[in-house]
Design a binder for this molecule. Structure first.
Ligand code: BGC
Length: 774
């Protein structure tokens, strides 16, 4: 970042020009029945004569075309340039002299000025995937309403662990509504970088390691957000799968492997959620920055998939004018994070001198306008900050449901969980479980209403402060037991072990804070917590471990403890959710959306690529062709490695029997049917997984379909799912087709990647599908 660059604002208020417009009269389609008069044509009396694009009966495409005709070049390009909406003095990376546009909402991610004379709304942009975030502000700026306290969903990886698209969509709808009521109409949510690197500091924001699961869950979150007329942005496109050297790293990956892994995930999320925007990432891919990468933007996203919306850059991810505009970037975001205001005066210059065509300039503006029409920014404009009308109580419950469905019971010794009603004393240890639950750090940080109950333990600014939500697991447990519940912070390991000896049951909380901008050095719990858990478990066999982590961790103490629950970052009501699962008020039903490795040696890159100390002019490379499309469990399968916990694993307080698997070719894919029986004593939800296996694939098997099913004790349910044909095919780069080879395919019914219950074989004929899998 060059600090000398002065912020320049392109807020040009243009004189209102009289427009000659016409009503667009549309004739409603009608059935030609005899004698019945045809219905009168729909005349939209509310469409102003000079603004025909306000006719909501027209397609977003047609409306964008109409308004574009009235716009000057300067106006079109104005839409392509966005500002950071936080002043230099408060910003995460101090930008000298930067003052955000006065129309922007303070302490938010961004602002793009609209055009008043044409009624083009401003774009008020907020982070991010777990709710309405606030940019880091120093302690001094914290007042009752700054930073804005909002409802936080559990982390994205928790939502993926629900394996429940409905929960994902309800969460998206809730945070989109809070964004709308807070005055925002663009939410920078929809993060789904595949987990190639379990140490990635932002795994908590994403959807795990599988393209189908991550794509479906993220797509539904986007759908939920956009149901509030708030544009959602699928990000970070693409291969921004680690934070170390994220601005410099050049990830190498072949087209075929890319299309069958991370890109397939983005493709599925795009098809499911129809996001108005896609955010290109910081890193380079195959030698080119993602935000000026013709292959990623023009070819794959816009041509092959048919994306009609706009590509916005991540904050500071634009590196050129002509190159970026011609490669497919439509909007430079978050000025003044970049070295230069590339899409400001320079873009106009490039259009005027022909380096960027007029046609492309139109396309850039049209894509932004298309998204604004499609999602409803013109028709249902934001009304400014209406936060006082937010129903925090109701929204907290939406977050809680997400947490409860995503919490994964990894291990349980019969009789230990749910907590026994006869326990007389319960000791709670560590991770501030007396007062709150942890959240992930960085630009996605949602601040709790009323502030964090724990003072910042990080103390170095961004991606801090290390923030806790004031939902106490201890209070939640106390409210549900007659046992005496006590707490020790665990800093004194000996004292904790001594207290553990005297308690009937011990619940140790382990935490791993992760955040944007850094990766964790290894998968161990930091700050001596592994030793603490071991010591406590040695003192008391009835030890339950509750983890609040960003992603996978190793568990050197696993064999010594009685039960383990992965609670991720459980969001605003996380303490309640944890207490309800521990006490059996809620039967856990989360399943892992990522493999938990037994050790770092099992990873494709045992040593993390890059070096945080590298200067900004170095461009280290990382080779994603090592694993190619064999990400996560696919790599473990291929190598024959046994993980600590496999992808898809998750226990329940009841038991299920999966059976009666049949599979047959249907349409272009495969339909699988089976039944799920609850063979235990309490109602519960099982995540039934269908894996498929063919020859010549990147790995022995792929997740082909899944279904979460709720079953009452003793009851059975029949389930049918279809496997997307792309998951039965291999991608051919030369012809841009997905090809299913003629032959026998295994279809497997499973409860995790390592627990195949039943297998059948289905014969498929050879098939060629287009690049969209049709
Ligand atoms: C992050 C994005 C975020 C943007 C705006 C960047 O640092 O990578 O995810 O949306 O900032 O705050």
């Amino acid at each position: 970042m060059t600090s000398q660059i002065k912020a320049r604002f392109g807020l040009r208020l243009l004189a209102t020009t009289a427009l000659i417009g016409a009503f667009a009269l549309t004739t409603a389609a009608h059935a030609q029945t005899t004698n019945a008069p045809p219905p009168a044509p729909t005349v939209r009396t509310d469409v102003p004569a000079d603004r025909p694009w306000m006719d909501t009966s027209l397609s977003a495409e047609a409306r964008a075309e109409l308004i574009l005709k009235e716009m000057t070049l300067a106006e079109k390009l104005q839409l392509t340039f966005g500002y950071f909406s936080t002043d230099a003095k408060w910003s995460i990376t101090p930008i000298k002299n930067y003052v955000f546009p006065k129309e922007g909402l303070p302490y938010s991610a961004g602002f793009v000025p609209g055009i008043e004379r044409l009624g083009i709304p401003n774009q008020w942009q907020t982070d991010a995937g777990v709710g309405v975030a606030t940019q880091t502000v120093p302690e001094a700026a914290r007042t009752a309403d700054l930073p804005r306290g909002r409802t936080a969903l559990p982390s994205g990886i928790n939502t993926a662990a629900t394996w429940n698209p409905e929960v994902a969509e309800a969460g998206g709808a809730m945070i989109g509504n809070e964004a709308f009521l807070s005055g925002f109409n663009v939410q920078l949510a929809g993060g789904m970088n595949l987990m190639r690197e379990p140490r990635n500091g932002r795994n908590f924001e994403y959807g795990g390691e599988d393209p189908l699961l991550a794509g479906i869950i993220t797509g539904h979150e986007i759908k939920g957000i956009q149901s509030n007329h708030v544009i959602s942005t699928l990000k970070h496109y693409a291969f921004n799968d680690q934070e170390t050297n994220r601005n410099q790293m050049d990830h190498q990956i072949e087209d075929k492997a890319a299309r069958e892994s991370d890109l397939l995930g983005f493709q599925i999320a795009y098809e499911t959620g129809n996001p108005g925007s896609v955010m290109c990432s910081y890193n380079r891919v195959n030698g080119h920055y993602a935000c000026e990468n013709d292959w990623l933007l023009n070819q794959v996203l816009k041509t092959d998939w048919g994306f009609k919306g706009y590509v916005m850059s991540d904050w500071g991810a634009t590196h050129s004018t002509t190159q970026a505009a011609n490669a497919g970037l439509d909007q430079q975001s978050g000025w003044a994070f970049d070295r230069s205001p590339y899409f400001h005066g320079a873009l106009r210059e490039a259009v005027n001198n022909g380096y960027v065509s007029q046609e492309r300039a139109n396309d850039m503006a049209k894509r932004i306008l298309w998204a604004m029409f499609e999602v409803g920014l013109f028709d249902t404009p934001v009304k400014g900050d209406q936060a006082t009308t937010i129903d925090f109580e109701k929204n907290g419950k939406v977050s809680q449901t997400d947490s409860e469905e995503g919490m994964v019971l990894l291990k349980n010794t019969p009789g230990l969980l749910p907590l026994s009603k006869t326990a007389k004393s319960i000791l709670i240890v560590g991770a501030h479980a007396d007062v709150g639950v942890l959240s992930g750090g960085g630009s996605s940080q949602v601040y709790p209403k009323g502030g964090s109950p724990v003072a910042d333990e990080y103390g170095k600014g961004f991606p801090g402060p290390k923030t806790w939500y004031p939902s106490s697991p201890m209070k939640g447990i106390q409210a549900r037991t007659t046992a005496a519940v006590t707490y020790v912070d665990g800093k004194d390991v000996k004292a904790a072990a001594a207290a553990a000896k005297k308690a009937d049951v011990v619940i140790v909380f382990g935490e791993q804070w992760t955040g944007e901008g850094f990766d964790v050095p290894d998968l161990n719990l930091p700050n001596n917590q592994d030793a603490l858990i071991s010591a406590v478990a040695k003192a008391n066999k009835k030890t339950v471990v509750v983890l609040e982590t960003g992603g996978p961790v190793v568990m050197p103490w696993l064999s010594k403890v009685g039960a383990v629950i992965e609670a991720w970052y459980p969001g605003s009501n996380g303490g309640e959710a944890i207490a309800r699962v521990l006490t059996g008020e809620v039967n856990p039903s989360g399943h892992l959306p990522a493999t938990f490795p037994a050790s770092l040696d099992q990873l494709p890159r045992p040593v993390l690529e890059g070096d945080p100390k590298l200067d900004s002019d170095s461009h280290p490379m990382s080779n994603y062709n090592i694993e190619g499309a064999a990400v996560g469990y696919k790599w473990f399968d291929k190598k024959g490695y046994k993980p600590l916990f496999p992808f898809g694993h998750g226990l329940s307080y009841t038991t299920f029997a999966l059976s009666d698997l049949t599979a047959a070719a249907e349409g272009k894919g495969v339909k699988a049917s089976f039944s799920v029986k609850n063979t235990g004593g309490v109602a519960g939800k099982e995540v039934a997984q269908i894996y498929v296996s063919g020859t010549g694939w990147e790995a022995p098997k792929r997740l082909g379909a899944f279904q979460k099913v709720e079953v009452a004790p003793g009851e059975s349910q029949s389930v049918s799912v279809t496997v997307d044909p792309r998951l039965l095919a291999t991608y051919d780069s030369a012809s841009k087709t997905w090809n299913i080879a003629a032959g026998d395919y295994k279809v497997m019914l499973a409860t995790s990647a390592d627990d195949i219950v039943q297998t059948v074989t289905v014969h498929l004929d050879a098939q060629t599908l287009d690049v969209r899998g049709k």
